[in-house]
Every structure is written in C-alpha cells, then in structure tokens.
Design a protein around this ligand. Structure first.
Ligand SMILES: [Mg+2]
Length: 168
C-alpha cells in the first residue's frame, strides 16, 4: 500500500486562500474556503498512484477522518494517534504498526519530521499551500507521472456555468 500523510492547515488552505476567500475554514462544511486546486491535485495523486491517505493534521482531533475524506474527495482510511512528540513520531508509530507499506509521502507546512522520513517529506509554505512543485514531488515519491491521468471531471468545458458574484 502507498500512503500519503496529510496535513490540512498550510496545505489545503493558506494565507493565499485566506485573503482570497476572506478567512480560514474552521470546519469541513466550509469547503469553499479550502484551496480547490490543491484538493484536485491531491485527488490526482491518489487516483494516479493508488495511494491511501492518513490524516496527520490537528484536524484529526476535532473531525472524523472519514468525514474529511468525503469532504475532500480523498481516500482517507485512518488518522495518526494523539501521542506526544513531534508529528514525525506520530507518523512513525502508524508506519511501524504495519508491514505492507510500499511507499509513503508526507505533506505538511511544519518541519517536525524524523530524519529517516525526510526523503518522503514534501514541505509546503503556509502562505501558498500545495503548489505545482509540491504536486510534482508527491508524484515522484509515490511513483506517478504528474502529466498522466485525468481530473475527475472536466465539466467546465461544457460551458453554460457562470460564477455567482451576487453577494457583492
Ligand atoms: Mg499545517
């Protein structure tokens, strides 16, 4: 199994989305305040590599990981524990409890990973969240061509939909 350990703040939201959307999302149903491109790029990573997602974000403490999976359209199968220590230690305990991990990647805007995890670690910048470079790095670690595959839907090509600015 391939696994992606997912942080949320500074990854699926950022200073960029906060300024653009007028605030940080505080709960899963604030889905429009998350970075839609970031979500789609992570969906693409999972679709192209078969990777499953484990929630390592502090969001795991106040929302159910399966609900997060539904909100983001990601195959979130578990979360890391509540144990003490750096996030890298929480991730390592999850990995050490399994013997079927073919490859793993970690995406996070914090740096508290363990030395042996650094080759699997993609650090984002909290101002920008997931970038094209982050996506390419995840694809490299998990074994996919970033230009391969298709997004889940391309309905913008059908036209006929207009953005709604009527609250202005
Ligand atoms: Mg974070």
């Amino acid at each position: 199994m391939k696994v992606l350990f997912l942080d949320i703040d500074g990854v699926l939201n950022s200073t960029r989305t906060c300024v653009a959307f007028g605030g940080f999302p505080m709960q899963l149903d604030h889905i429009a305040a998350f970075d839609q491109v970031a979500i789609r790029l992570l969906q693409r990573v999972c679709d192209n590599t078969g990777a499953k997602v484990v929630l390592s974000s502090a969001w795991r403490l106040h929302c159910n990981f399966a609900d997060a999976g539904r909100a983001f359209g990601l195959p979130i199968i578990d979360r890391t524990d509540n144990g003490m220590g750096p996030r890298g230690s929480q991730i390592q305990r999850w990995l050490d409890a399994r013997d079927d991990i073919e490859a793993y990647a970690i995406i996070d805007d914090d740096s508290d990973m363990l030395p042996q995890q650094l080759a699997s670690f993609v650090k984002t910048n909290a101002e920008d969240g997931v970038t094209w470079s982050s996506f390419k790095a995840l694809c490299r670690i998990l074994g996919a061509d970033p230009y391969e595959g298709q997004p889940r839907n391309r309905n913008w090509q059908q036209g006929g939909q207009q953005l709604d600015w009527s609250d202005q």
